[in-house]
Design a binder for this molecule. Sequence first.
Ligand code: AN0
Ligand code: CP
Length: 318
Amino acid sequence: MKNFTCVQDLGDIQSALKEAFEIKKDRFQYAELGKNKTLMMIFFNSSLRTRLSTQKAALNLGMNVIVLDIAQGAWKLETERGVIMDGDKPEHLLEAIPVMGCYCDIIGVRSFARFENRDDDYNEVIINQFIQHSGRPVFSMEAATRHPLQSFADLITIEEYKKTARPKVVMTWAPHPRPLPQAVPNSFAEWMNVTDYEFVITHPEGYELAPEFVGNARVEYDQMEAFKDADFIYAKSWGSYAADTYGQVLSKDRNWTVGEKQMAVTNNAYFMHCLPVRRNMIVADEVIESPQSIVIQEAANREISATVVLKKMLESLK
Ligand code: AN0
Ligand code: CP
């Protein structure tokens, strides 16, 4: 695997899952694979889990790690070509990227949707420039439209906890004070679409995701109806995708906050969220603290998904 930005890059999902469970049994079994190889992690946005779990994964594989927070200590970067650079940005991405590539073997990039221009976000202009100009294999640590390391960890978690072969998985929108990217819900939907689970998406009208990500999911606007008999509830807030309201908050309706009332109609569902989560906006304290909440186990699996992805990338360096 050269680059990793979406589920298709991983190849056969069942064999990737098998590899994940083997690595989970002994996460140091490939500790020689990354010897003298350097991972560079570039963050344009904040992170707790991705930063720590990806670094841990690289250490499991014997790699060296360099982390750069663009906003803290690097030159401010111009990203548009053709701009007369007489403003506050002393360096262009088109020089910075190949320079970064000189000092490492694999690059991870976190660059959220900027919500300025939908086409730019959905064309993935930042991570694609890394793929084009770094001369190195590149993986997404959440790009504008997808967060595949998260979705892979989510899938591993569902496989661990499911009690039936074909569980009902419901992804619900939830309120948040600020508009959040669609990367996590897009990606989760994309990964659910390659399983044979029953997959339902519920959100208020106006919050429709891009059809290429919804795929074969059933969209149900009535949250209580969607939650009936669910085995997994996957909560996430996102800003509008619609062309005329792109990146806006359309609703702060706290009736959509996942509480005990909603969980009561499920099949004693597990509660999932990628974190960070705002309590009592996205989910009630009682739900996230209940035994059915598997958010910590889900976060723990980020180390496993990252170890599998880096292992596959290291193998194709040779
Ligand atoms: C980010 C998002 O919604 O994409 C990161 C989630 C992993 N969340 C926030 O910005 C709060
Ligand atoms: N879930 C996730 O990617 O968390 P961070 O934003 O803290 O990395």
